[in-house]
Design a protein around this ligand. Structure first.
Ligand SMILES: Nc1ncnc2c1ncn2[C@@H]1O[C@H](COP(=O)(O)OP(=O)(O)OP(=O)(O)O)[C@@H](O)[C@H]1O
Ligand SMILES: [Mg+2]
Length: 254
């Protein structure tokens, strides 16, 4: 055996290097999966935007414009399909945390949320008024909201209203790093979740959507919240919609 002919210290070093390589590989896999998942959400925004433009092309455009449009749309749809297949590799390791004002970030996400919801689902905003600072990666927060909006859209199968709500509440326990907590909720009027689904909804790779889902959305949202000192949970009942809540430590803007 090769091992028995190697000095013990060299064997140990080799094992450490291998272990380090494996850890880096695992981290790379997770980062790739998170990026692919977010890329897929962005593609959905592109596809919805193209669909709306397509419906508004009036007068009927020349054949070559129509063909180009069809090609663009089908390329975006194929890319979305491809990203779903790539998603079986892992997920979420996190972007760069910065301090930013939460209300402005939530308002800034609204156009993207509208695109992912499509034209038949309404968006109501019930946002807190006082300026609040949170510390996390703003892009991850936006991606999380897109995930939740995509879930809400799927649950409402075409029509209904999504409410984006935020408020400031006292921290639920002294273990929280700040006195107050920003609570962001995405409320839908969709099909809700039966108990068996609720038990597993946060699990990585759990999906009820067959090939159309990868089961990463809710998992990534809770990982994001916990990595930034917060948490995520939901309330849901069959036929009565779902409210997913993300809580993050926050401070007043000084
Ligand atoms: N708002 C919701 N209403 C009803 N069911 C939901 C809602 N959000 C999540 N679920 C259930 O939880 C499951 C897991 O959700 P999750 O977002 O993690 O994965 P997914 O939507 O199936 O796939 P994807 O990775 O594309 O997000 C869903 O398949 C669905 O059954
Ligand atoms: Mg989802």
């Amino acid at each position: 055996m090769i091992e028995s002919s190697m000095p013990r210290a060299a064997q140990g070093r080799e094992r450490d290097v291998l272990h380090g390589d494996l850890q880096r590989l695992a981290a790379l896999g997770e980062m790739t999966a998170a990026a692919v998942h977010d890329f897929n959400n962005l593609l959905q925004v592109v596809v919805s935007a193209l669909r709306v433009i397509e419906g508004q092309l009036d007068p009927v455009p020349a054949q070559d414009v129509k063909d180009l449009f069809a090609q663009g749309l089908s390329a975006a749809q194929r890319a979305a399909f491809l990203s779903r297949r790539l998603l079986s590799y892992g997920t979420a390791s996190g972007g760069t945390a910065t301090r930013f004002e939460l209300g402005a970030a939530l308002r800034g996400s609204v156009p993207m949320l509208r695109w992912i919801l499509g034209t038949r689902i309404g968006l109501r905003q019930e946002l807190h008024e006082e300026p609040l600072v949170v510390e996390c990666c703003p892009h991850e927060l936006e991606q999380g909201l897109l995930n939740l909006a995509a879930n809400a859209r799927d649950a409402m199968s075409g029509t209904g209203t999504l409410t984006l709500r935020s408020e400031v509440v006292p921290a639920p326990s002294p273990s929280w790093p700040t006195e107050n907590v920003a609570v962001i909720s995405v409320v839908d009027e969709g099909c809700g979740m039966p108990e068996v689904v609720q038990e597993k909804a946060f699990e990585r790779y759990f999906t009820t959507k067959g090939a159309g889902g990868s089961g990463i959305g809710l998992f990534a949202v809770r990982e994001f919240a916990r990595r930034n000192g917060g948490d995520a949970w939901f309330r849901s009942a069959p036929g009565q919609g779902t409210t997913v809540t993300v809580a993050l430590p926050c401070r007043p803007l000084d």
